[in-house]
Design a protein around this ligand. Structure first.
Ligand code: PEP
Ligand code: MG
Length: 546
């Protein structure tokens, strides 16, 4: 009889689901535990894996040619060439000769090639670095026999269990196959948790390690209780089912209440209007935002369009997504936050340097002001989309007036370039900044003179004010008990922006915390922007506020 095991974590969304466990292995994770045969064995295994990878790449190239077109198929042509590249293979063989397993040899070689390419600081070669990682990942899949792993060809939905999911891994998941997910690490304000909320599936973070032996085992995920029970006993299963049916009944009633809320205006009892906006990461969430009563998009996390790709999106690609969102929102405000990568949001083709303290390092506006062509490509795309709706630009991670001035200078340059090209745009486009650093809140009276609005990113503002790493479950509890300093900073910013005739919103996860809604109203917040599943709840709460 298999023993039942329980893992405790922090439930970041509600719900109870049961199903089989599927362990998600990231490329790095697969290499640990690699087996080492004799040098000849390892070389032979590598050769077999390489042959399979070449075959797969050819098939992918043909498919891409048919379905996507010549340009997209080129990627696989490059992969095919890399798999035949003698220098690369010699480097892998030489690692095997040193006693490394085939997996390790591939990983080490890919890493040193990546470092070498990055050091050249060339955009084209940086993109090749992502190709090297891709073929390394492909070879490892064949070497470990995990050929279909993480690919979405399972017919039955499952509970996904992962050590951690990077934001780019999370965006690539197919939500319809996932009953719920569990990560060993992570916190309620990590980007993975934010995405889980947007997907509206039960999720648990911070459970500690769950061994691979549980792959395929039946489990009960109870996000309310913050627990995952693997191999449940009959009693545990029947108790869970009872709780689940009670929960589903309440959830249904709540759903009905939320539908009734749709008819209520988002106005407090004293008649004060609060704008209820949606946080989204992609075009695909717009329809549900509208059907859940979003009065605008308060935060388009534009980096997710970069995270789900293998290379820099072009101005045209960005423009077409932004334009579609602007059109679908039919004149309602769409706030596009400019690229916010770095820290936990890493994109291989950006080749960002490895840093000791990435959250305090090269991220967001700092990257954009440094890599100006990249930034201007996005700004031009946003400006062009502004001809199709009510689009606003929002800058993340601002700490100083100089950053705003520099960004405005680049925005002006983009306007001039577009005028020269004869492209239309809104020359009075609204500009806002995120209040995510104590510095921006403290300097808000000065900063408010330069912008139309503020939007408070409480996830980062909390992290930087309380010195609490938003990725570290060991210190998460410090956030709940220290809300007052955050509220005081928001109040400062609120007074400053109102003094200049602008407005202020909150778009961090705190905006969805119903126990804080009244406080936000009291300190003058004009807008609350939350993930789609929380829109109606927040609207209902606002209508109950004084
Ligand atoms: C925030 O920091 O609160 C925010 C909304 O931005 P992100 O979560 O994407 O860092
Ligand atoms: Mg942030």
């Amino acid at each position: 009889m298999t023993k039942s095991v329980r893992f405790d974590g922090i439930g970041i969304t509600n719900g109870k689901v049961s199903g089989k466990i599927k362990i998600f292995r990231s490329y790095e994770g697969k290499n640990k535990g690699a087996c080492v045969g004799s040098i000849e064995d390892e070389k032979q295994r590598l050769e077999l894996a390489r042959k399979s990878a070449i075959k797969e790449t050819k098939a992918l190239e043909e498919k891409a040619l048919k379905v996507l077109g010549e340009k997209e198929a080129q990627i696989f042509e490059i992969h095919g060439m890399l798999l035949e590249d003698e220098d690369f293979l010699d480097a892998v063989y030489s690692e095997i000769d040193k006693g490394k397993s085939a997996q390790e040899a591939v990983t080490l070689t890919a890493k040193s090639y990546g470092e070498m390419l990055k050091a050249l600081d060339d955009e084209y070669l940086s993109a090749r670095c992502a190709d090297i990682n891709d073929i390394a990942s492909q070879l490892i899949r064949f070497l470990t026999g995990d050929v279909d792993e993480n690919e979405e060809n399972d017919t039955e939905p499952y509970i996904l269990v992962a050590s951690d999911l990077t934001p780019s891994e999370t965006v690539k998941l197919e939500a319809s196959k996932i009953l719920g997910f569990v990560t060993f690490g992570g916190t309620p304000s990590s980007h993975t948790a934010i995405l889980a909320r947007a997907m509206g599936i039960p999720a648990l973070v911070g459970t500690g390690t769950i061994g691979e032996i549980y792959e395929g085992k039946y489990a009960l995920l109870n996000a309310e209780r913050g627990e995952l029970i693997i191999n449940p006993t009959k009693e545990q299963k029947s108790e869970f089912e009872k709780e689940q049916s009670a929960y589903n009944k309440i959830a249904k009633e709540h759903e009905m209440y939320l539908r009734s809320v749709m008819k209520k205006p988002a106005v407090t009892r004293s008649g004060h209007k609060i704008m209820i906006y949606a946080n989204i990461g992609s075009d695909s969430e717009v329809a549900s935002a509208i059907s859940n009563g979003a009065e605008g998009i308060g935060l388009l996390r534009s980096e997710f369009l970069y995270l789900s790709r293998d290379k820099y999106p072009s101005e045209e690609e960005l423009f077409s997504v932004y334009r579609d969102i602007a059109i679908k929102m039919q004149g309602k405000r769409v706030i596009i936050r400019t690229l916010d990568i770095g820290a936990d949001k890493q994109i291989p083709y950006f080749s960002l340097p490895k840093e000791e303290n990435p959250a305090l390092g090269y991220r967001a506006i700092r990257i954009c002001l440094d890599r100006q062509e990249l930034f201007k490509t996005q700004l031009r795309a946003i400006l062009r989309a502004s001809a199709y709706g009510r689009v606003s630009v929002m800058l993340p991670m601002i700490i100083s007036l100089e950053e705003i001035k520099e960004a405005k200078k680049l925005l002006d340059e983009c306007m001039t370039e577009l005028s020269t090209r004869g492209e239309g745009y809104d020359s009075k486009i609204e500009l806002g900044i995120m209040i995510e650093t104590p510095s921006s809140a403290i300097m808000s009276d000065t900063l408010a003179r330069e912008v139309d609005f503020f939007s408070v990113g409480t996830n980062d503002l909390t992290q930087y004010t309380l010195a609490v790493d938003r990725q570290n479950p060991k210190v998460t509890h410090l956030c709940e008990s220290n809300i007052e300093p955050i509220m005081r900073l928001i109040k400062m910013a609120s007074e400053a922006i109102h003094h200049q005739g602008g407005w202020i919103g909150v778009c961090g996860e705190m905006a969805a915390d119903l126990s804080l809604t009244q406080k936000f109203v009291d300190i003058g917040v004009d807008e609350l922007s939350v993930s789609v599943p929380y829109l109606l709840g927040v609207r209902g709460k606002v209508s109950e506020c004084k």
